[in-house]
Design a protein around this ligand. Structure first.
Ligand SMILES: O=C(O)CCC(=O)C(=O)O
Length: 245
């Protein structure tokens, strides 16, 4: 398939199903540079979580700003240009390392919370609020979530054995799904294998989960959320570090 046709098919799938796979967004040398940068990062503070089943860095681009020039390639800009013609900001970034044999599993959920700089009570449609050591988060109106595109960049080959994401196609179109409504939807789930250097695009409202790893291979992912939405003046995105245009 020609590149333009492939891009159009991917855009259609993203629109309809709420996710799409880009098999090759980064070259091997670019992935190697990202891994080197992450390995050099310090591992202390509220944004770092390390156990035998998971190593995670929250506010990744605040903690490891040297990673951004490695991520922000012409290929990423071109991908995002199709989704946000007027430009967008990174609004959340997390590194997930699910090591070989990890027991870390993630049950079915939607990503409903955004990270903000403060609690601003009385904003219509915003809530509930949470306050954790790393900062304040809030569930915004559905329109804010519908504007976000998550790009999960895979640094290792990922498949059903080492914790691929499972998703329910098109489940992002029904707004917030209550826990009682999930069993009706999850039998339609599909697995999302992604090769190293590839990326998975998804809408935060897409129902997703991931399993334990039964493999001797790690599964390292850079999770980036992008948005062009301007929050009400009382609030700022807590991790709005970089603009892409
Ligand atoms: O990376 C995973 O396995 C799950 C991550 C996830 O569900 C999330 O970021 O919401």
């Amino acid at each position: 398939m020609q590149t333009a046709t492939r891009s159009a098919a991917r855009a259609d799938q993203f629109q309809t199903d709420g996710f799409a796979i880009v098999p090759r967004l980064y070259q091997d040398s670019e992935v190697a540079a990202m891994l080197q940068c992450l390995e050099a990062a310090t591992t202390n503070g509220a944004n770092f979580r390390r156990s035998q089943d998971l190593f995670a860095i929250r506010d990744l681009l605040g903690e490891v700003p040297a990673l951004w020039p490695l991520l922000h390639t012409p290929a990423l800009r071109s991908l995002l240009g199709g989704l946000f013609p007027g430009g967008c900001h990174v609004v959340k970034a997390i590194y997930f390392d699910k090591p070989a044999g990890s027991n870390w599993l993630v049950p079915w959920h939607q990503d409903l919370m955004i990270n903000v700089d403060r609690k601003a009570t009385g904003l219509p449609g915003f809530g509930p609020w949470t306050r954790k050591p790393e900062g304040v988060s809030v569930q915004p109106p559905v329109g804010v979530l519908e504007n976000i595109c998550t790009v999960r960049i895979h640094l290792d080959d990922c498949d059903a054995n080492n914790g691929e994401l499972r998703v329910v196609p098109a489940s992002h179109r029904g707004g917030v799904v209550l826990a009682a409504g999930q069993p009706e939807l999850t039998p339609a789930a599909v697995g999302c294998p992604v090769p190293a250097g590839g990326a998975m695009l998804m809408r935060p409202l897409l129902l997703h989960a991931s399993s334990r790893s039964t493999s001797d291979r790690p599964r390292r992912v850079v999770h980036l959320e992008f948005s062009s939405f301007e929050l009400p003046v009382e609030l700022q995105w807590r991790e709005r570090h970089f603009f892409v245009n």
